[in-house]
Design a binder for this molecule. Sequence first.
Ligand code: SF4
Ligand code: SF4
Ligand code: SF4
Length: 262
Amino acid sequence: MARPRLAVFKFASCDGCQLTLLDCEDELLAIGEKVDIVHFLEASDRAESGPYDIALVEGSITTAHDAERIQEVRRQTKFLVTIGACATSGGIQALRNWGDHADFLRAVYASPQYIDSLATSTAIAEHVPVDFELRGCPIDKRQLIEVIRSLATGRRPRTPSHSVCLDCKLRGNVCITVAQGVPCLGPVTQSGCGAICPAYDRGCYGCFGPAAQPNVVSLTTQFQRAGTAVPELVRGLRLFNAAAPEFRRESDRLDSSVERQP
Ligand code: SF4
Ligand code: SF4
Ligand code: SF4
């Protein structure tokens, strides 16, 4: 039986999630036996045209050209997987969604008239149907391998949707919010990293995006009661997954509550 044809595509991103695939090293040979990687410009000049069985899509949509290109990728692909915070929520570049795009262009480029970009950075799912989303900035290698292996063998990938807090407990971390009063987005952030930041006494800043059914309002209310200033909470929510709907809604609500204060 022919191996499934796998393609990797890049949109606006830092390439870090594609590097996670290269970082698979030992596993890459085994993956190569299960799928035929026919388009992966980060690793090879092999760039075959579609149709593809699986496409891994990294990056967000930030230009009109990319908005057209993703439609073509979707047309050519049976199972489309978005990888990373850029592709699943617009990424850190979605911070421009709250600012003045023209101001940014003037500040960054000596000749902004040559730049042709959209005023927003948006997730792939806002443009085309997506079959599976893999979170993280960058994605987790074990989760990526699970996705490729499962799709190559015709089953749906299984990745956890519980919060970082559960992993934190399993790891035996002392909760830094309870013990030290450090604000931590772990209760509303999806598992994937093994709770690495709290293990080193840092609050989680949500790089794996919202967990399933997160109660973000309740968490920020608790942090406010404990003395965390609203702008700090807004900054916490507006980071790698700022445009994820659950984080965006709450950061907007908090932001407007500050604006309303006399
Ligand atoms: S999600 Fe993070 S690591 Fe992945 S491409 Fe975007 S910025 Fe880079
Ligand atoms: S440190 Fe953060 S992730 Fe860990 S248990 Fe406390 S709130 Fe949850
Ligand atoms: S920010 Fe949160 S989700 Fe990201 S690596 Fe740290 S603990 Fe994990």
